[in-house]
Every structure is written in structure tokens, then in C-alpha cells.
Design a protein around this ligand. Structure first.
Ligand code: SME
Length: 168
């Protein structure tokens, strides 16, 4: 059984470093993508304060389709280039949105969302999907969250296809 130890949420670099360690322990050794994605979303949901949604949108070869998540039911399909998620996928850049109402084309799945961060996920050069986190607080995410979320996502992608095996 996995039990996460309490983490000091005021020190973001330390919080994300500890969370990355926990993610490595939780996901390492398991290759089932759905299992790992579900546990990853649950880990982040319970560790980070002030979230109202966190989860995956997975690329099906045409568009982004909602995957394992925590929070209220969400929009199912997001075309590439649309919303914060589709923008992250096309630009290949993490999107940190301090005020979702000021983001042109933001897709409102939950009217409680005020700020959002979306990390694009790539397996080599191929789009895998995006990791999307919403908050009911304005400007909930900053550069420390960007660095931390990217680090966490690297742990998730590495668990799916460990680099040492890719190279073999
Ligand atoms: N706000 C996202 C849509 C997904 S929900 O936040 C879960 C967007 O604009 O792409």
C-alpha cells in the first residue's frame, strides 16, 4: 500500500523534489499506462494545495482525449491548437496561465477554475498528450510550479519507457 508522507507545501522546489521521488517509487516498475496515469493524478491531487482538477489529455492521433484525472467530470475532446491544452501540445511549451479568463480560447470545463498549468508530453518526437492542472485561485502557478511539474512529468514518461531500455 502506498502512503505519502506529509510534505511542506510552502517550499515548492523541495515539495516537487519529494513528490518526484514519491512518483518514481509509485510508478517505477509498472508499465501499464492507465494505471500509472491514474496513480500519478491521485498523487498530485492529494499532495498539492488549491487544485480543482488535475489529469491527462491523451493524443489519439487526431486530437486530445481526456484520460485519468481527479476532479469534476471534464470536456472529453480538445482539438490540437485549441484551449490551453491544445496550445501546449502544438507549441510544445508548458503553458502557465495566471488568469484563465485572460487566455484567448480557454476552454472552461469547470467554472471554478481561475488559473491553470499545462505541460506537453512527448515520447521522443511523438506527441503523447498533456498534463493539465487547474486551480480555483488566481495565479496559483509560477515558475517553480513549471519546473516542478515538468520534472514530475519526466518521471511519468520515464516510467512508461525507461531510457536505458530504449537505448538497448
Ligand atoms: N481548460 C482546458 C480544458 C481542460 S479542463 O481545464 C479540465 C483548456 O483550455 O484547454
Amino acid at each position: 500500500m502506498f502512503n505519502s508522507a506529509p510534505i511542506d507545501t510552502s517550499d515548492k522546489p523541495r515539495l516537487y523534489a519529494e513528490l518526484a521521488e514519491q512518483a518514481r517509487g509509485l510508478l517505477g516498475g509498472e508499465r501499464n499506462m492507465i494505471a500509472n496515469a491514474a496513480n500519478f493524478a491521485a498523487l498530485v491531487w492529494h499532495a498539492l494545495p488549491a487544485l480543482n482538477w488535475c489529469g491527462f489529455y491523451l493524443y489519439d492521433g487526431r486530437e486530445l482525449v481526456v484520460g485519468p484525472f481527479q476532479g469534476r467530470p471534464a470536456c472529453v475532446r480538445i482539438p490540437l491548437g485549441k484551449g490551453v491544452c491544445g496550445t501546449a501540445a502544438v507549441t510544445r511549451q508548458t503553458q502557465v496561465v495566471p488568469d484563465v479568463n485572460a487566455f484567448d480560447g480557454h476552454i472552461a470545463c469547470d467554472s471554478a477554475s481561475r488559473s491553470e498549468i499545462v505541460v506537453p508530453l512527448f515520447a521522443g518526437e511523438s506527441l503523447f498528450g498533456v498534463w493539465d492542472v487547474d486551480s480555483p485561485e488566481l495565479a496559483r502557478f509560477d515558475e517553480a510550479d513549471r519546473a516542478g511539474m515538468e520534472r514530475l512529468c519526466a518521471v511519468f514518461m520515464e516510467a512508461l519507457a525507461p531510457a536505458h531500455e530504449e537505448a538497448a
